[in-house]
Design a protein around this ligand. Structure first.
Ligand code: UDP
Ligand code: MG
Length: 338
């Protein structure tokens, strides 16, 4: 056998799949993964991250994957959030590439096939671009569209439009990603920031196969704000600019007030304008205090340097054969990797 052939054979792919209360959809997901793996034996590792589910997600994972090769379940000690679940999975896998996908089958495996093909052509990052979102309502579609465009304007990184976390990343990217230990990682932004050879594949995003969204509008907003705060300090600069603008305006106001008093002798108190000014500037000041505060809070989080997530259990599906029993049910509390 020629050496290139062996290399081609040895290049393996892992799946990284976060699960938060996904017991309903898991059996469908599992069936699709099994079918995919039968056609693609290069998928040697499937890592599920149970992000503190309160339902029977972990039990389902164990019951269905038990005895089959290559399944791993990392259980968080509580809900740490989607982005950290992905991060834990990416930091855990040992394969030559990892595909990050949602557990609700909104990231179709047919697209994964294409991603793997592009990666074999030499790309390091193959991200999915949502050409259409069948599954999402009008509000989610439009806010997401607006957000990706706003994000691109406000930051200096070249983040692709309409791409979520559904993507394949090569070993080189995984190793680089490992070094980024942000407390609140915005994964798609960090990967864009890393560079390498990136390419998108378009797909139509179907509706969730079962269960309900685990991303209420509040969480989605938080993700958007995290993304902006971690890649742009422009909101702080806007505060300065608006502050300067308002100060200049107040000089005009002062001139007007002085003229009214000493030239026109017309100083009947204007209640409306005073109230308006009080509300307007009160609001503006609080808003920018909040902006400054949110950056400060991020700094505070980084300084505390707590573990980003806690894995209370690592479970490995026992493939038939000796020597794997020890690994099952081992309890791992992983402190922030340094
Ligand atoms: N998820 C997670 N932790 C959370 C919220 C979501 O691990 O706190 C997972 C969820 O199980 C799913 C993926 O992240 O696999 C995407 O979530 P979801 O499909 O609910 O989001 P949507 O598609 O509605 O934006
Ligand atoms: Mg979904």
């Amino acid at each position: 056998m020629r050496p290139e052939e062996t290399k081609e054979k040895r290049e393996t792919v892992a799946f990284v799949i976060p699960l938060y209360n996904e017991e309903e959809v898991f059996p469908m997901l599992f069936r699709e993964i099994e079918a995919f793996r039968r056609a693609h034996p290069d998928v040697t590792e499937v890592v599920f991250i149970d992000d503190g589910s309160a339902d029977g997600t972990a039990e389902r994972v164990r019951a269905l994957t038990e005895g089959r090769p290559g399944y791993v379940l990392l259980r968080f000690s509580r809900n740490f959030g989607h982005q950290l679940a992905i991060t834990a999975g990416m930091n855990f896998v040992t394969a030559d590439a990892a595909v990050i996908l949602d557990g609700d089958l909104q990231d179709p495996l047919t697209v994964v096939e294409e991603m793997i093909a592009r990666w074999r052509e030499g790309y390091d990052v193959v991200y999915g671009v949502r050409r259409e979102r069948e599954g999402d309502d009008f509000l989610k579609r439009t806010t997401a569209r607006l957000f990706y465009r706003f994000f691109q304007r406000i930051t200096d990184i070249d983040a692709p439009l309409d791409a979520g976390d559904f993507r394949l990343v090569s070993r080189a990217v995984l190793d680089a990603y490992r070094q980024m230990e942000e407390q609140q990682p915005y994964v798609r932004g960090l990967i864009a920031w890393l560079g390498f050879n990136q390419i998108g594949v378009e797909y139509v995003r179907p509706a969730r196969a079962a269960g309900t969204s685990k991303y209420p509008i509040r969480k989605a907003m938080q993700l958007a704000l995290d993304g902006i705060a971690s890649f742009s300090s422009r909101p702080l600069r806007y505060a300065v600019r608006i502050g300067v603008g308002v100060a200049m305006l107040s000089v005009v106001g002062l001139i007007w007030v002085l003229l009214a008093k000493y030239v026109f002798h017309n100083t009947i108190p204007g209640w409306t304008s005073i109230i308006f000014v009080a509300f307007f500037f009160g609001g503006l000041q609080l808003f920018f205090l909040g902006v400054v505060g949110s950056y400060l809070a991020r700094v505070y989080d980084e300084v505390k340097a707590r573990p980003r997530y806690v894995i209370r259990e690592r479970w490995t599906s026992k493939a038939p054969g000796p020597g794997r029993e020890r690994e099952a049910d081992s309890t791992v509390v992983r402190i922030r990797e340094r």
